[in-house]
Write a protein of this length. Structure first.
Length: 324
């Protein structure tokens, strides 16, 4: 368990009021977590006491955890001397090849270090192209001569930010990007002939993605699908509420997807009812928070066996829950 550090000792790294070398007394075993932009307080709530905060990066004692609100987890950060640009780059290359910066201050010096490192391609993915397999480390200057650097990070994308070659013509909304993001992160996706149920499907962004993968899609919503989606082969619309469906009605599904707009606790009750009814399908669900973040319901989702809870780069005030 991480050593408990009173919240009053938390201080920004590099702030004018922070004494020089304030990180020198840190433990050797560290972890760091990069919050999604605008969701810093959600990550802070989830982590509890931390050693320091550096922009959106929260530094704690290790070992690394898997907080849902982290855009990228630095699993093995360590302090690296950076007395000069060349020595900083050499220190990073001595740990591994591929690095991206997370700049908070000293932007020019950070950029000069990056230019000394091997080039890292960050081209947009063409879905369903898989995520890069090469390890990608992250570093950030704490002061002019000290870096925090982690050769092992949870995301293969720079600072957890996945970009796609977007389709501006065919999908009826931008919601498709969330599903591209989720399936890319999972590293697995439904294939031709599999039965998918899309709860709360209208106007059809997720149905469009699934049909494009060759799936048979049952789109469930009282509202209609966009014409260009409804006319696609292997797409069937069931004009009902997602919350009225029984486990028996979904028993043949291989995958169940939900981007339903509802309070998190209502979605949780639906998922719990379907699982209690013996549903063995894989789930991909968006948990949409309205107003304050419902951390208790998020914890209950995370506690469901064989499931994961995380924030996607294309999520807003949302989390994505997957099972199977």
């Amino acid at each position: 368990m991480p050593r408990k550090i009173p919240p009053t000792t938390e201080r920004p790294i590099g702030a004018a009021s922070a004494p020089a070398g304030c990180w020198a007394g840190w433990p050797r075993d560290l972890a760091a977590y990069l919050a999604p932009e605008g969701r810093e307080e959600d990550l802070a709530h989830e982590l509890g006491p931390v050693l320091a905060r550096h922009g959106r990066l929260f530094v704690t004692e290790g070992p690394a955890r898997e907080p849902a609100w982290a855009e990228n987890t630095w699993r093995s950060p360590r302090l690296v001397a950076a007395p000069s640009i060349s020595e900083a780059a050499a220190g990073l290359c001595g740990l591994q090849r591929n690095w991206v910066p997370y700049p908070v201050h000293l932007h020019r010096r950070t950029e000069l270090i990056r230019m000394k490192l091997p080039h890292v391609s960050a081209r947009p993915l063409r879905f369903p192209e898989p995520a890069p397999a090469a390890p990608l480390g992250s570093f950030s200057l704490l002061d002019a001569t000290t870096m925090l650097a982690s050769p092992d990070c949870s995301s293969p994308f720079p600072n957890g930010e996945v970009a796609f070659v977007e389709d501006h013509d065919n999908p009826p909304s931008r919601a498709y990007l969330k599903l591209w993001d989720a399936l890319t992160r999972l590293g697995t996706m439904p294939g031709p002939g599999e039965q998918c149920v899309d709860l709360g499907a209208s106007p059809g962004g997720w149905t469009w993605v699934l049909q494009g993968l060759g799936c048979r899609v049952l789109a469930v919503d009282k509202a209609p699908l966009a014409v260009q989606v409804a006319s696609l082969p292997n797409v069937e619309l069931l004009s009902e509420s997602a919350f009225s469906l029984s486990a028996e009605a979904l028993s043949r599904a291989d995958w169940i997807f939900s981007d339903v707009i509802c309070y998190p606790v209502r979605l949780l009750k639906l998922v719990e009812r379907l699982l209690a009814g013996g549903i063995r399908a894989k789930f991909v669900c968006t948990i949409k928070f309205q107003g304050a973040t419902d951390h208790e319901t998020a914890r209950r989702f995370a506690a469901i066996p064989d499931s994961r809870l995380f924030h996607l780069h294309h999520n807003k005030h949302e989390l994505t829950w997957v099972r199977g």
